[in-house]
Ligand binder design. Structure first.
Ligand code: IMP
Length: 433
C-alpha cells in the first residue's frame, strides 16, 4: 500500500533514473507524473544503455506496470519512438504494462515551433529551454484550450481538433513571430494515426493508482526535472512549466497523500544546471572541468536531451535545505560521489552572505539569488577510488565526513549513495542494519 516518491532536489539531472531503477526492483508500479520529453533518463543495464524521455525507467524491470500521469505533456511521436525502440530490444511495452492518463496533454509540432519562436524573441534573456514545446503545451492546458490524450479515443474527431489547433497556432506563429508553421492537414493526418496506435494504452491513471494502493501494491513515483525548476517554487522565470515537487507528484498522479511513505530527495554530490538562471556556487576553473568531464564518458555532464554542457558547481546546502522544506523529504539519495574523488579540498555551501547578514535559509525563495555570496565549508577530500564501495564502512573517512556534513546541514539521513554508473555501484543505507 505505500507510495514512494523520487524527486529531484536540484535543477534536474540528479540521477533520479538510476535511483528509480534501483527501487523499481521492489515496486509493482512505476509512474511519471509531470513534465514531458524535456526529461532524459539514462539507464545502464549490463551492456545496454537505455535513453528514455517519456516512458518511466521502471520499464526495464519486466514485472512492473508503468504509467504516464495526468500532469504530463506527451509528444506522441517521441512516445511511439520509445515504444518501438524498447519493443525491438525485447522489452514488453504492451498496453497491459504501459498505461497513459487520458487527462495528460498532447504536445504537437505547433508547441515545438512556438517554443523556438518564444525563445528567439526573448533573445538575450533566453530561458534556455529544451525546445521540446513544453512551455507552450502547458500554456494551452492552463488556458483550457489544450488537447488531452483522452480525445484519442475517437481518432477522426481528434484529428479535426488537431487541425483546428494547428490552424490557430499557425496564425500566431506566422503573424506574431514571422515563423513558418507546419501544415495543419498533414499534422492532423499523422496525429490521427498516432491516436489509433495509442488509444489502447489510455486509462484513468489516478483510479488505477488508487486501486493498486488499496490492494497493497507498492507504487513508485518517478520525478523528472527538479525542485528548483518547479513553476511555483523554483528559480522563476528560469524554470520549467510543470511541478516536479511532492505536491506536483500527487497532482500529476491523481491521488492524495494518504499512502505516502518515502519521499526521497535526489541530489548530486555537487551541483549542475542546464539553461539560464541563477547558480550561486557555479565554478568555471579547472574544478569545473573536473566536475563536468570531457563528454567522452556517458556520465559526463552533458545534457541527455540537448547534449548541452551543463554548468557545474559546489553542492549548495542552502538550496538543498529549501528543497527539503518544499518537498517534505524523508531522506536523501546522494549520487555521483565518485566524481569528487581527487578534488582536495572540497567545498560545500553552508550559508549565504548578504553584506553583514548570514542566511542559513533563503529569506524570500530562490527567484532572486543575486544578492547572495556563498559561505563555504572546506572539507578534506579523498584520493581512493570509490567504485568498489558497497557499504558505508568501505568509504574513506573523508567521504563519510562530507556526507555527514550534508546530513547535519539538511537534518536528513543520506540513505542511498551512488559511487559509479553501474546498477550495483550503490551503498544502500536504507536496508543496511
Ligand atoms: P523546458 O522545460 O524545456 O521549458 O525548459 C525550461 C528550463 O528547464 C531550461 O533551463 C531547461 O534546461 C530546464 N530543464 C527542463 N527539463 C530538464 C531536465 O530534465 N533536466 C535539466 N534541466 C531541465
Amino acid at each position: 500500500m505505500p507510495l514512494d516518491l523520487i524527486i529531484g532536489a536540484q535543477w534536474g539531472d540528479e540521477g533520479k533514473g538510476r535511483i528509480t531503477d534501483l527501487l523499481a526492483a521492489e515496486a509493482d508500479i512505476v509512474a511519471r507524473y509531470s513534465g514531458g520529453d524535456n526529461a532524459g533518463h539514462t539507464i545502464t543495464v549490463g551492456e545496454q544503455i537505455f535513453k528514455l524521455h517519456l516512458i518511466p525507467s521502471g520499464i526495464v524491470h519486466p514485472h512492473t506496470i508503468c504509467l504516464l500521469g495526468s500532469g504530463m505533456v506527451v509528444n506522441p511521436a517521441i512516445l511511439l519512438g520509445e515504444i518501438d525502440h524498447l519493443g525491438s530490444l525485447g522489452v514488453d511495452v504492451s498496453p497491459q504494462r504501459l498505461k497513459l492518463s487520458s487527462a495528460a496533454h498532447v504536445l504537437t509540432p505547433a508547441h515545438i515551433a512556438l517554443d523556438a519562436a518564444e525563445e528567439t524573441r526573448r533573445s538575450g534573456d533566453m530561458l534556455g529551454t529544451t525546445r521540446r514545446g513544453i512551455g507552450p503545451a502547458y500554456k494551452d492546458k492552463a488556458a483550457r484550450s489544450g488537447l488531452r490524450l483522452g480525445a484519442m479515443r475517437r481518432p477522426e474527431d481528434f484529428a479535426s481538433q488537431v487541425q483546428e489547433h494547428m490552424q490557430a497556432a499557425g496564425e500566431v506563429l506566422e503573424r506574431i513571430y514571422g515563423f513558418d508553421s507546419p501544415d495543419p492537414d498533414e499534422v492532423a493526418g499523422i496525429y490521427c494515426d498516432y491516436a489509433k496506435r495509442l488509444r489502447p494504452y489510455l486509462t484513468d491513471v489516478g483510479g488505477h493508482v488508487a486501486q493498486a494502493l488499496e490492494d497493497g501494491a507498492t507504487v513508485l513515483g518517478e520525478g523528472a526535472q527538479g525542485t528548483l525548476l518547479d513553476l511555483d517554487h523554483g528559480t522563476y522565470p528560469f524554470v520549467t512549466s510543470s511541478y516536479p515537487t511532492t505536491p506536483g507528484a500527487l497532482l500529476g498522479l491523481g491521488v492524495g497523500p494518504k499512502h505516502l511513505r518515502r519521499i526521497i530527495g535526489v541530489t548530486k554530490a555537487f551541483q549542475t544546471r542546464v539553461g539560464s538562471g541563477p547558480f550561486p556556487t557555479e565554478v568555471f576553473d579547472e574544478t569545473a572541468e573536473r566536475l563536468r568531464g570531457t563528454g567522452e564518458n556517458p556520465w559526463d555532464e552533458f545534457g541527455t536531451t540537448t547534449g548541452r554542457p551543463r554548468r557545474v558547481g559546489w553542492l549548495d546546502c542552502v538550496l538543498l535545505r529549501y528543497a527539503v522544506r518544499v518537498n517534505g523529504f524523508t531522506e536523501l539519495a546522494l549520487t555521483k560521489l565518485d566524481i569528487l574523488t581527487g578534488l582536495d579540498p572540497l567545498k560545500l555551501c553552508a550559508a549565504y552572505r548578504q553584506e553583514e547578514d548570514r542566511h542559513k535559509d533563503l529569506p524570500d525563495g530562490p527567484a532572486d539569488l543575486s544578492p547572495f555570496t556563498p559561505e563555504y565549508n572546506e572539507l578534506p577530500g579523498w584520493h581512493n577510488d570509490l567504485w568498489e564501495a558497497r557499504h558505508w564502512d568501505d568509504l574513506p573517512p573523508e567521504a563519510q565526513n562530507y556526507i555527514g556534513r550534508v546530513e547535519e546541514l539538511t537534518k536528513l539521513k543520506v540513505k542511498l549513495i551512488s559511487v559509479g554508473p553501474e546498477r550495483e555501484q550503490v551503498i544502500r543505507r536504507d536496508i543496511e542494519a
